[in-house]
Write a protein that binds this ligand. Structure first.
Ligand code: AMP
Ligand code: ZN
Ligand code: FE
Length: 286
C-alpha cells in the first residue's frame, strides 16, 4: 500500500487541478491520496468526481494556525492537517473563510512591500493568475521568478519570502489549540504537519506538542521532505510518548515545489487509526 496524506492542488497553491492531481497520484502508483489544500474544501467535489478506479481519496485540508508560547514570546506558525471533517460544520467553515480573507490581505501587504523595494510585481496579475480562492507565498514566489527577481520558487522562499526577510508579513492564523478543537468538533482528525521543519523558520518545542495532544491532536506528520533524520526520530519518540499515530507524506504542490508525489509515505496500520477516528466525512473509494 502506497499512502500519501498531504497534497495540494490549484484550488490553493499547488499547480495541478484536483482532477489532474488524482491522475498524478494514480500514475505514481499511490493507493491512497489525501487532498489537503490550504484553508479550503473547494477541491473535494472535483477530486471525488475525477477519482480513478482503485484510488482511495481522503478529503482534508491544511489549516493555517499559530502556537502562542506561554512565556509571551512571538507566536510560531504551525500547520494543522485535518481529515474527514464535516465541511458543513459552522464554526470550522467560518474559520476557513476568515483564514482565506486573512491570506489575501497579507499577500497584498507582502507584494506592496516588495514593490516599494523595487520589485515590479503586479498585485492584480497575481490575483488573476491563481485558480482558486486561496492565495499564498508560492503565488508571489512565481511572480518573483517571472520578473527575474529570483531564479526559482525555492530561491524566493529562501530569500525575499523567508520569515526573516524584511518583506515578510505574518498572517493572523487560528490559535492551534482552537483549531484542533474545531476540527474534532466537526468529526475530523487533526494531525500536526511538518512540526520540526526548521528550514522553514522557527518551530515549536515538545511542550507545545503535548499541549496540542491535550487539546485533541491525534497524529504527527513524521516523514516529510523538510524533516531531517534526527527530526523524524525525535518526533517518532514524541508520538510514542503521547500516544499519537504517525504519518508520512510528500506535501506535493505540483510545479510549485521540487518534491515529487509519494516522496514520503504513511504506514497502513497508522492510516487505519486515522480512518477509524474520522466521523465527519467518508473517504472516496471503490
Ligand atoms: P504561506 O502559507 O502563504 O505562508 O506559504 C507557505 C506555503 O509555501 C506552504 O504551502 C509551503 O508548503 C510552501 N513552501 C514552503 N517552502 C517552500 C519552498 N521552498 N518552495 C515552494 N513552496 C514552499
Ligand atoms: Zn502550500
Ligand atoms: Fe504546510
Amino acid at each position: 500500500m502506497r499512502i500519501d496524506l498531504h497534497t495540494l492542488s490549484s484550488v490553493s497553491d499547488g499547480t495541478e487541478s484536483p482532477a489532474a492531481l488524482m491522475a498524478t497520484a494514480r500514475a505514481a502508483g499511490l493507493d491512497v491520496v489525501a487532498l489537503t489544500d490550504h484553508d479550503t474544501t473547494a477541491g473535494w467535489g472535483l477530486a471525488e468526481a475525477a477519482r480513478p478506479p482503485g484510488l482511495t481519496v481522503v478529503p482534508g485540508m491544511e489549516m493555517s494556525c499559530r502556537w502562542f508560547p506561554t512565556d509571551g514570546r512571538r507566536p510560531v506558525s504551525v500547520h494543522l492537517l485535518a481529515y474527514l471533517f464535516d465541511p458543513a460544520h459552522r464554526g470550522l467553515a467560518a474559520e476557513r473563510i476568515r483564514l482565506r480573507d486573512e491570506r489575501v490581505g497579507r499577500a497584498e501587504r507582502i507584494v506592496a512591500a516588495l514593490v516599494s523595494g523595487g520589485h515590479p510585481l503586479s498585485w492584480e496579475e497575481i490575483l488573476a493568475a491563481r485558480e482558486g480562492g486561496v492565495v499564498g507565498r508560492p503565488h508571489v514566489a512565481r511572480a518573483l521568478v517571472d520578473v527575474g527577481a529570483v531564479e526559482s520558487v525555492d530561491h524566493a522562499f529562501a530569500t525575499l519570502l523567508h520569515p526573516t526577510s524584511p518583506y515578510y508579513v505574518a498572517k493572523a492564523d487560528t490559535d492551534v489549540l482552537q483549531g484542533i478543537a474545531l476540527v474534532r468538533a466537526a468529526g475530523g482528525v487533526p494531525v500536526f504537519a511538518h512540526g520540526l521543519a526548521t528550514k522553514r523558520g522557527r518551530v515549536v518545542g515538545d511542550e507545545a506538542i503535548a499541549a496540542m495532544a491535550g487539546a485533541g491532536l491525534l497524529g504527527l506528520e513524521v516523514d516529510h521532505p523538510d524533516h531531517r533524520d534526527d527530526e523524524r526520530a525525535h518526533l517518532r519518540g514524541v508520538a510514542a510518548d503521547l500516544g499519537l499515530f504517525t504519518t508520512g507524506s510528500s506535501d506535493y504542490h505540483g510545479m510549485n515545489k521540487e518534491t515529487t508525489i509519494g516522496a514520503c509515505l504513511t504506514a497502513p496500520d497508522q492510516f487505519e487509526l486515522l480512518l477509524a477516528a474520522g466521523t465527519g466525512a467518508a473517504p472516496y473509494r471503490d
